[in-house]
Design a protein. Sequence first.
Length: 388
Amino acid sequence: MNQRVIPLRDLDEERALFGALDRNLHLLRRTYKVEAMSRGGAVRISGAPDAVAEAARALDRALERIRSGRAPHEADVEALFRRASEPEAAHGNVAHQPADGPGPKGMVEPRSENQARYMECIRNSTVTFGIGPAGTGKSYLAVACAVEFLRAGHFRRIVLCRPAVEAGESLGFLPGDLAAKINPYLRPLYDALNDVLPRGQLKRYMEEEIVEILPLAYMRGRTLESSIIILDEAQNCTNTQMKMALTRLGARSRMIVTGDVTQVDLPFNKASGLITARRILEGIAGIEFVHLTRADIVRHPVVAQIVHAYAREDEIRAQEAAGHALNSEHGPEGHARPHEAHGPRTGHGPQHGGDRRHDGAGHGHDDRQRRDGGQRDEGDIRPRGRSH
């Protein structure tokens, strides 16, 4: 059994490292299968040599962030513990490395490998699609990157748009001007903006239309130049709306499209424009698709479990639906149902063998043909009721 001792500077550092009720310390034990305890101003780790080495690297990485003065959130430290065994590029350092061209530097850090790739695509691609379940940071990272682009002077404004679709309930007519009417729909983007911009600066940006918000329907006919455009909740765009939004892209502009294909609020007779775009646009130069998964959820640990539970329920329902469809095609014994060639007789004339009947002119007609859409033999084109 191997052992490693990592000294801590003070009690505040210990609190930041291990979180409330030592939750991160318990996480460290479960993740790396080691014994870990904090005593006498140091952390003592013991266990198998490889496990101790990995756990120590996780602690060193978390302490490095804490000591840099960036005041990490408790969830940030937890994410670092979970990702200690991943490649270095996914440990939250990607955002601080030099990048070619404009991009976010030093402001937000990805907490997973997929988030790191998402930010890299935003930095280098003309159009980036971020697709994934709730809580994976799609909208937040898009807004944070857009603000950094704006601050660096690479774009003149940020344009935020979202389809005005209620999630299963109607809000009715809302009072106020355009901004007031669409404010409930764009609230998540406002929250992200308030998190990365001082409130006074955000207010000034909006007054000067450096940050512009608008419903998707108001984009038609516009050409958005020198802009960073964010289309949020794109799974609620129809195919027509998606095409219209993507073709608003002007010179020196960039677009970020976010959505969750498992939460489509459109009527059942309308296809999601995001699903269609994913199918027909993949492979076009300058357009990138990043698929985030349940493993990338950073909102709250319970959110990942909720998403997983609903996904499992959807799979069960899909299997049941497939089973019902199969049963409807086969009889109760599992054999194909015989073709219903001998349905109920509806004719009033004399029947011959149950297959043919005669009309008043004595011309026979096949019952099966008449039941299968009223079709008649091509040679039987004589008017009914007349004798020849």
